[in-house]
Design a protein around this ligand. Structure first.
Ligand code: ADP
Ligand code: MG
Length: 263
């Protein structure tokens, strides 16, 4: 409707795709639980960024996304928050070893930045035998809550010891894994982890992934993840080759771009 168009116009946002969720102008409208909202506020975020306003409700509605917005626009949280919600919605959370949320990043630096961001928000959640750390649990055993293991996050990338990363992945499994494509493939070959549980996949900085020659590895990883997954692809620029890959790895995506990038 008119209000939605106006919000998008103000944000210089272009959206395409059928049945797209409306943008949310405040955190309160995202439908996040209190634990996550509190951490967001604690970080001093007062308002979602432009890409977050539209990408979060679309991701929460279960749709695939092609998101194009310049560096510094808050794309990381735009995929981390819906990923966390997706993970907390799963039943039998700790029955598998491999990640539920998988994030591909082009460089070691980016992978560790995403890892840090994921960790700070994942801290708001506790998991135990697949039971959410919700109000009900709190009432029955308040002192136990502190001892609950958190939603587990790990990062793997080149230039660091494979053995150390192997050891970090093996015991007990994880929920979120961030990695550079080559090292992720190495870890699967070493049977340190597997992609069988992955149902939420993110390709971050897809344009740089191409620049660095990771296209074959990215495709190979995507081919080995269940096709009914949710896929989010983010890029600062949108050259033809990225568009082709994006169309291949997503299903009926909603395309969201901010400003003139990707036009
Ligand atoms: P991008 O991936 O688009 O380059 P980042 O996700 O790295 O951007 O975010 C850039 C910076 O903005 C980070 O320091 C992040 O913590 C901060 N940030 C993200 N979302 C918000 C928000 N809603 N309000 C304030 N700062 C934010
Ligand atoms: Mg980024």
């Amino acid at each position: 409707d008119e209000r939605v168009k106006e919000i998008r116009r103000e944000l210089d946002m272009h959206v395409s795709g059928a049945d797209v969720a409306k943008p949310c102008i405040s955190f309160a409208h995202f439908g996040f639980d209190e634990a996550l909202l509190n951490v967001i506020i604690k970080h001093g975020y007062s308002e979602p960024t432009g890409i977050q306003k539209q990408a979060v409700p679309v991701a929460m509605s279960g749709r695939d996304i092609i998101g194009i917005a310049k560096t510094g626009s808050g794309k990381t949280a735009a995929f981390i928050w819906p990923m966390l919600i997706h993970i907390m919605d799963q039943e039998e959370l700790q029955k598998g070893e491999g990640p539920i949320g998988l994030i591909l990043a082009p460089t070691r630096e980016l992978a560790s930045q995403i890892y840090t961001e994921a960790k700070k928000f994942a801290k708001s959640y506790g998991l135990r035998n697949g039971i959410k750390n919700d109000a009900h649990t709190t009432l029955s055993a308040p002192s136990q809550i502190l001892a609950l293991p958190k939603c587990r996050v790990a990062a793997v990338y080149g230039g660091a010891s494979k053995m150390d990363q192997f050891k970090e992945l093996r015991p007990g499994g994880i929920e979120i894994l961030v990695g550079t494509p080559g090292r992720l493939i190495d870890m699967v070959k070493m049977k340190a982890t597997n992609f069988r549980r992955v149902s939420f996949l993110v390709l971050d900085e897809a344009d740089r992934m191409f620049d660095l020659g990771f296209e074959p590895q990215v495709r190979s990883i995507c081919d080995n993840i269940r096709p009914d997954r949710q896929t989010l692809l983010f890029s600062a620029t949108f050259p033809k080759k990225v568009e082709i890959l994006a169309r291949e790895v997503t299903t009926e995506p909603v395309r969201i771009s901010i400003g003139s990038v990707g036009q």
